[in-house]
Design a protein around this ligand. Sequence first.
Ligand code: CMP
Length: 135
Amino acid sequence: QTQRTLVLFKPDAVRRGLVGEILSRFEAKGLSIAALELRQIDAAQADAHYAEHVERDFYPPLREFVTSGALVAAVLEGDEAVEVVRAINGATDGRKAAPGTIRGDLSLSNRENLVHGSDSPESASREIALWFPNL
Ligand code: CMP
């Protein structure tokens, strides 16, 4: 079943010059790009995106991180796109993520883990509406 999902290439991906490498993996898998844009977000936008995490201990430094520089926001589309993107991204903690995944191959951090992918179709709808209201 065709789905859309929101993907963020976080500021570490932009700073490290890994946007092309990461996008290549999604494209090679067969996902298509419905939207793609370089953005710089402020704290309010970070809080809206991470609404379910704002009270967590790890959130203040996460907010610092995601507002620390440009990021790339994208909407990717394809069969079972939500689950497929999460599998390609790998486990949250780059130190534990499986080799072959983006985080497993390219990240050593639980926070600076290069990518975000919506965690369910419901989250995808909410996040796409938040980031790309005209889509
Ligand atoms: P993401 O998939 O964007 O969803 C929430 C983000 O919070 C996660 O990726 C990480 O960047 C970050 N995160 C989750 N858990 C932790 C943690 N324990 N410590 C630091 N950052 C975390």
